[in-house]
Design a protein around this ligand. Structure first.
Ligand code: PLP
Length: 389
């Protein structure tokens, strides 16, 4: 078999195991209802605050395009670091209580940058087993050695730190776990960083905008700041409704990233339209706090009702409310039946989640109404009565 045939047979095998990934073509803007082959209520986006199609953000993007054009022209270190980027970094750092912040094109690239910038072969990267793929991939590609501790097991993490003696260590964790919705114990990890002289890196892709005072994120919700040994990542493609990512922490870390982070140095800076949109979204976090209130009302309502119809929920108070199905083909069947009922929830299967834990990753957003929620719960209740959940 040549490699071409090999690839084709791998695709066939994935299909047979109900693991083949397909893309849905969306023919409308993002929102609580989107058009695929028809209009569906959307319960699988990360647009937690309903910002992706917000008129003020569209206005900000258009105004920036008119004033600044559509391209940044070069990387930040050549001539692409526009005033808009400089201002956004300053405002973001102030908002989260950090000394400094640095923009990246994506969270994936930012994670790659942080995991690889601070030390080389002598270092150790300690990661929660359920971390996002971008952290795990960065750890695997790093010259430092990678160790993974059991999910949220602080004893296991501490015993590993103890064994490292003087080796430099970076602990990395999702602050809100992307496929489970639960929160990491950031306070304990931050204390361990302090005690062992390690760096704590909190990936707040799913907490920033949603948790903490005015949406300042998971660290804020646990009375922490990205200072000292704590470093944080926020992504802009989720609650901020736009695109890009930012790392915030002490100036020394940001300066080191500017010198050494290859995914920062060797790529074109974000376009002005995107940065201006993110800046406007940052203001909206403060101006439209009702969105977070409404979102948390929906989350509580969903959990109460789901329990009353006998659904097994995960330990999550965040917009990510997964229902574990287990089997891949059953997860696909549930997703297909929801779609027949006018509801979009994609089935998440391995390797995105561990083997045997395929799930419906339901996400709630501030743009959903009580009526959307009622329709979701009715459809889930039907799946339950058919023995599928
Ligand atoms: C926890 C986590 N970190 C990082 C990322 C990557 O962020 P981005 O989509 O900006 O590349 C994601 C999202 O996909 C995520 O869920």
């Amino acid at each position: 078999m040549n490699w071409h045939q090999q690839l084709a047979s791998e695709l066939e095998a994935a299909e047979a195991q109900h693991l083949r990934r397909v893309r849905n073509v969306v023919s409308s803007p993002q929102g609580p209802e989107i058009s695929l082959d028809r209009q569906l209520i959307n319960f699988c986006s990360n647009d937690y605050l309903g910002f992706a199609n917000h008129p003020k953000l569209i206005e900000a993007a258009v105004a920036a395009a008119k004033k600044w054009g559509v391209g940044s022209g070069a990387s930040h270190l050549v001539c692409g670091h526009q005033e808009l980027a400089e201002d956004f970094e300053r405002d973001f750092a102030d908002f989260v209580g950090a000394e400094a912040a640095l923009l990246f094109s994506t969270g994936y690239m930012a994670n790659f940058a942080v995991i690889n910038a601070f030390f080389d072969r002598e270092g150790v990267i300690l990661q929660d087993k359920l971390n996002h793929a971008s952290l795990i991939d960065a750890g695997r590609l790093s010259r430092a050695s990678l160790q993974r501790y059991s999910h949220s097991d602080m004893d296991s993490l501490e015993s590993r730190l103890r064994e490292l003696a003087d080796k430099p260590a970076l602990m990395a964790t999702d602050a809100v776990f992307s496929m489970d919705g639960d929160l990491a114990d950031l306070s304990s990890i931050s204390s361990l960083a302090e005690s062992y002289g390690a760096l704590a890196y909190f990936d707040d892709a799913h907490g920033f905008g949603v948790l903490g005072v005015q949406g300042r994120g998971s660290l804020n919700s646990q009375n922490l700041r990205p200072r000292g040994n704590n470093l944080m990542l926020a992504t802009m493609g989720k609650a901020l409704g736009s695109f890009g990512a930012v790392v915030a922490g002490d100036q020394v870390f940001v300066n080191t990233l500017i010198q050494k982070a290859r995914p920062y140095i060797y790529t074109t800076a974000l376009p002005p339209t995107v940065i201006a949109t993110n800046a406007a979204a940052l203001s909206l976090l403060v101006e439209e706090g009702w969105r977070r209130d409404h979102l948390h009302t929906l989350i509580n309502g969903f959990r109460e009702e789901a329990k009353s119809i006998g659904l097994e929920l995960m330990e999550s108070d965040t917009p990510i409310q997964p229902l574990i199905v287990g089997d891949n083909s059953r997860a696909l069947e549930c997703s297909a039946k929801l779609r027949e009922a006018g509801i979009l929830v994609t089935a998440i299967r391995p390797p995105t989640v561990p083997e045997g834990s395929a799930r419906l990753r339901i996400t709630l957003t501030a743009a959903h109404s009580e009526d959307h929620l009622r329709q979701l719960l009715e459809a889930l209740s039907k799946l339950k009565s058919e023995g599928l959940l």
